[in-house]
Design a protein around this ligand. Structure first.
Ligand code: PBG
Length: 332
């Protein structure tokens, strides 16, 4: 009891605070997403995500090399598809020379020491911007799974190391594992977006990939497949249990900051790595706070990353991965 016990003794110098730090964040914990566009030597600012750019493949390859040199182990690629290449079924997703496949091949051809992850979902390719095939006014589970199997094989052929189904259809992990194994892609990992909430925080991403609705917000509601944010750990646990049984190698919980309870509970009960996805809205909130001068950008981002890892996440998707890796490397 006080005054014999004084907890401030554990905080009274920098070295003792460092000594007692339990949660460490390193560049190797960051998964860096990139938005890919067609063209040569082209870069475009993402207006809603200051500091984030869309890059043509040649510039992307340079960034991938830089990311590897900074200590980042995995990058995630999101294609920005021209409207003329979109239709109701997302046909462009199955073409072996589409933008994302060319991007993966270009990075792999350079033998850069970094993993490449590709999202599996049709939303970059569909006119209605849903993640799957729409039938009778809703995304059809079985038709979508078939399409996702095809999309996965196209990505695996291009050389993707990890496929990340982000569509939230039932049964897709098993179907995708089966398709990969049938084609002999035993080594391709599946990182499942196991519990992906229908959050308000995806807005800037949809701007980045130019998939903001044209036909009214209602039309784009993903509420019939992404999880309702009012449900908690029980439904998350069922999603996770099924994905693990179907062959998921790693799981994503998304978003991260408002869902630390889910990250914590799930990582306590499953024996596969749990990954936190700091989504575009989380990035933007902290970025705009910093731009307004009332948050310190780097320190606030570090606090968020520590929170994700403290909750039990192994790695973190963050749009600020390279920037924060530089920050950490310079501190050494
Ligand atoms: C699409 C997809 C989304 C994100 C990743 N993959 C958006 C959505 O479901 O509409 C969101 C990422 C972010 O906001 O950072 N399947």
């Amino acid at each position: 009891m006080y005054p014999t016990v004084r907890l401030r003794r554990a905080r009274n110098t920098e070295w003792i605070r460092d000594l007692l730090a339990e949660t460490i964040v390193l560049p190797q914990h960051f998964i860096q997403p990139f938005f890919v566009i067609d063209g040569i030597n082209k870069r475009e600012e993402v207006v809603t995500m200051p500091g984030v750019e869309r890059l043509s493949i040649d510039l992307l390859v340079e960034k991938a090399r830089e990311a590897s040199e900074l200590g980042i182990k995995l990058i995630a690629l999101f294609p920005v598809i021209d409207n003329s290449l979109k239709n109701d079924e997302g046909f462009e997703a199955f073409k072996e020379d589409n933008l994302i496949c060319r991007a993966v091949r270009a990075i792999k051809a350079e033998k850069i020491n970094i993993g490449v992850l590709c999202d599996v979902a049709l939303d970059p390719y569909t006119i209605h911007r849903h993640d799957g095939i729409v039938k009778d006014g809703d995304v059809h589970n079985e038709l979508t799974i078939e399409a996702l199997q095809k999309q996965t094989i196209t990505l695996a052929k291009a050389g993707a190391d990890i496929v990340a189904p982000s569509d939230m259809m039932d049964g897709r992990i098993g179907a995708i594992r089966k398709a990969l194994d049938l084609e002999g892609y035993f080594g391709v990992n599946i990182m499942s977006y196991a519990m992906k909430y229908n959050t308000n925080l995806y807005g800037p991403f949809r701007d980045a990939v130019k998939s903001t609705p044209t036909t009214g917000a209602q039309y784009l509601s993903k509420a019939t497949y992404q999880a309702d944010y009012r449900v908690g750990c029980k439904q998350a646990y069922r999603e996770v249990e099924l994905d693990v049984a179907e062959g998921a190698d790693m799981l994503i919980i998304k978003p991260a900051m408002f869902y630390l309870d889910i990250i914590n509970n799930i990582s306590n009960v499953v024996d596969v790595p749990v990954i936190a996805y700091q989504v575009s809205g989380e990035y933007a909130m902290i970025k705009y706070g910093a731009e307004q001068g009332f948050l310190n950008w780097e320190n606030t981002m570090m606090e968020a990353f520590v929170a994700f890892r403290r909750a039990g996440a192994t790695a973190v998707f963050t749009y600020a991965g390279m920037e924060m890796a530089k920050f950490l490397n310079n501190k050494k």
